[in-house]
Write a protein that binds this ligand. Structure first.
Ligand SMILES: Cc1ncc(COP(=O)(O)O)c(C=O)c1O
Length: 351
């Protein structure tokens, strides 16, 4: 295997920048559970301002942000409407059910969207037999839908339905800055209609740890208690927040580079035999493609790994690759050359 790995498994593998490491070393800190960490307080103010919300809360991860976010909107026995391909539904260990006592009501996700008419139909009318519909969750960009982007009109359409029934909307915006950069809009355009948003400082923004939950002052006060309950009350967390501040101030605009690399990767892969991919679906930094070649997804992942390229099979016939800070255009070219060689060999031997 080559010395240098090209790691396309996820944007969670990004390493902190030198500026982040310096900021962490020099961070002014205090006890954040007492509200006395000046660096955490500064990050939370910045994040709230950036998202156009009154207040913000630093949490340990996107998963904790979503769980605290959902708990703070709901009560036990409520039903939560969300996408059937959403991260909360698939990858958060059933936390809403286990810890929140919540019932999840999944609706079809198509290109990241949930049809507002289906949400309208899924909202429970008052009836002694029904759970109360307590929340609608959306995701932008959409992880399992190839990093699909929801624009303002789509978000507003969903929020309008929910709000007409007095139901709040939580946005899992782990990669909301990718959406804003792809659309060329201020991130507030996408967060203004929702009641709460979680975004990740790790992933594309490259901070080592942390996500932020944003919402009204009252909502964040509730969330602060839930975070403590879940063991997320950190002490001198300014060490983490310092990297988050660097992430927010220096790492957002460069996401465009990741999107260009993903587009290049998608176009190149689409031309290969044994790959099924519509490059027009790739709007941000996530490339998901079908493997129709006899090698299968696991075989192709293995063969790429032997050439120093890491990616994940997400199904027996599907692979996911993610571009991020640390992946250069030349890495994409290397990946495409390797995939072409492997698949050419496989297709010849299958004849
Ligand atoms: C859309 C989405 N939401 C939430 C998360 C959870 O973030 P974390 O891994 O920090 O818990 C992820 C992680 O990949 C994600 O893709």
């Amino acid at each position: 295997m080559p010395d240098r790995l090209i790691d396309l498994r996820s944007d969670t593998v990004t390493l902190p920048t030198p500026a982040m490491r310096r900021a962490m070393a020099e961070a002014e800190v205090g006890d954040d559970v007492f509200g006395e960490d000046p660096t955490v307080n500064r990050l939370e103010e910045m994040a709230a301002e950036r998202m156009g919300k009154e207040a913000a809360l630093l949490v340990t991860s996107g998963t904790q942000g979503n769980l605290v976010g959902v708990l703070s909107h709901t009560r036990r026995g409520d039903e939560v409407i969300l996408g059937d391909q959403s991260h909360i539904y698939h990858y958060e260990v059933g936390g809403c059910a286990v810890i929140g006592g919540l019932q999840l009501h999944p609706l079809p996700n198509i290109d990241g969207m949930i049809d507002p008419a289906e949400i309208e139909a899924a909202i429970r009318p008052e009836n002694i037999h029904h759970p109360r519909t307590g929340l609608v969750c959306i995701e932008n960009t959409h992880n399992r839908n190839s990093g699909a982007v929801l624009d303002r009109s789509q978000i507003s359409a969903i929020c309008q339905v929910a709000h007409n029934h007095g139901i709040p909307v939580h946005l899992d915006g782990a990669r909301i800055f990718n959406a804003a950069v792809a659309l060329g809009v201020d991130v507030r355009t996408l967060t203004e209609p929702v009641d709460s948003v979680t975004f990740c400082l790790s992933k594309g923004l490259s901070a080592p740890v942390g996500s932020v939950l944003c919402g009204s002052r009252e909502y964040i006060a509730t969330a602060r208690k839930y975070r403590k309950m879940l063991g997320g009350g950190m002490r001198q967390a300014g060490i983490i927040a310092a990297a988050g501040i660097v992430a927010l101030t220096t790492m957002v605009d460069r996401l465009a580079e990741d999107h260009e690399n993903a587009a290049l990767l998608a176009q190149g892969l689409a031309e290969l035999p044994g790959i099924a991919l519509d490059p027009a679906k790739v709007r941000t930094n996530i490339v998901i493609f079908g493997v129709t070649a006899p090698i299968g997804a696991a075989g192709l992942v293995r063969a790429l790994k032997e050439r120093g390229i890491l990616c994940n099979a997400t199904a027996p016939d599907r692979i996911r690759m993610v571009t991020h800070y640390g992946i250069e255009r030349t890495d994409i070219e290397t990946t495409l050359r390797a995939a072409r060689d492997i698949l050419a060999g496989v297709m010849i031997s299958a004849r």
